[in-house]
Design a protein around this ligand. Structure first.
Ligand code: ADE
Ligand code: ZN
Length: 340
């Protein structure tokens, strides 16, 4: 087996992946046709072309607008997990979704959540991949909208729904804006994470940890601008869910050899590798490992660290985590033996 195949086949946990950003372009086009929604191009290969995070977020919202019925959510969620399994040996995912992008169009919260759960349960049966859900605050919403979203999510709580996160454009809307929503989520027993330092200074990580009570940080690259915040995150063992391709595309590190992930690893931070919005960024979870480890020359020990960081950072109970660690370790040992 060559190194690229090995990287594709190592068992993976994914903790930073947006449901709406996993919709296959052909499914996006098909749902648009079914619901009579006009698209900017009839060329499926061009649907996911954009240059900035702002243009990206517009397309993200357009994809969301084609998800209307419970079966739309179920179909797209099933395909999303299937793609992770077949393209990157995905075993477990905690997947974001943006409730208010759907509820503001009149889709009921229960339709969204039950549809997603139909899809991920069917995919678990067919592919053996477990998937859990994290509802994301959309940063450009008003605080009261976010808080109401959390209350509605808690009213529709299902066992698969385990956490609250936050996404959208980071620079204009700091984390503290949503302290109420995070308090309600914490009281309701949800685990907490947030996108931070994707596109803003290190103070945003401090606010996420100290004001919102986040346990993980999604992205986190600009934390490196502060030795103090970096040192704190290292000492506290904070896990970062990093996404090589998506951030390389929209934030201008086009060559992965210059991606801050390299310095985060060197600084002793606990990094996990993720695909973010795989179909929209023309990638997949297998490819993220192939491209990053290829560009930065990471060998099997570092790959093992990325993989097991994913297991350790996952919101599993101790029994599940120990079982997954044992399974992954065995599979990694076998794959390493087969490496040419
Ligand atoms: N929504 C979906 N993907 C995102 C990202 N990488 N950053 C901010 N918001 C997002
Ligand atoms: Zn993201």
């Amino acid at each position: 087996m060559n190194y690229e195949e090995y990287l594709r086949r190592v068992p993976k946990v994914e903790l930073h992946c947006h449901f709406e950003g996993t919709v296959r372009p052909a499914t996006f086009a098909d749902l648009a046709r079914q619901h009579d929604i006009a698209l900017p191009t009839s060329d499926v290969g061009k649907l996911y072309d954009y240059e900035t995070i702002y243009e990206f977020l517009k397309i993200f919202a357009m994809v969301s607008s084609t998800l209307i019925d419970r079966q739309d959510f179920a179909r797209a969620a099933y395909e999303s997990v299937a793609d992770g399994a077949t393209l990157g040996n995905l075993k477990y995912r905690e997947m974001f979704f943006n409730p208010t992008l759907h509820t503001r169009r009149g889709v009921a919260m229960a339709t969204i959540i039950d549809g997603l759960i139909d899809g991920i349960r069917e995919a678990e049966t067919d592919f053996g991949v477990r998937c859990r859900l994290i509802a994301d605050v959309y940063r450009q919403d008003e605080p009261a909208v976010a808080r109401q979203m959390v209350e509605d999510v808690l009213a529709c709580r299902r066992p698969e729904l385990i956490g609250l996160g936050m996404d959208g454009a980071e620079a204009p809307d700091p984390p503290e804006k949503f302290v109420d929503a995070y308090r309600v989520a914490a009281r309701g027993g949800l685990r907490l994470t947030s996108h931070a330092c994707e596109d803003a200074p290190p103070e945003n990580v401090t606010s996420c940890l100290d004001v919102l009570g986040c346990e993980r940080i999604d992205h986190g690259y600009h934390v490196l601008a502060s030795p103090e915040v970096t040192g704190r995150c290292r000492d506290e063992g904070i896990y970062f869910t990093c996404c090589p391709t998506s951030t390389a595309v929209v934030y201008g590190w086009p060559d992965l050899t210059g991606h801050p992930i390299k310095d985060m690893v060197a600084a002793g931070l606990q990094v996990t590798i993720n695909s973010d919005d795989p179909t929209m960024f023309h990638t997949d979870i297998g490819r993220e490992y192939v491209d990053l480890c290829g560009a930065l020359g990471y060998q099997v020990e570092q790959v093992r660290t990325f993989v097991l960081n994913g297991v350790d950072a996952a919101w599993l109970d101790d029994t599940d985590r120990a079982a997954m660690r044992a399974d992954f370790t065995k599979e990694l040992d076998e794959l390493e033996q087969q490496l040419a």
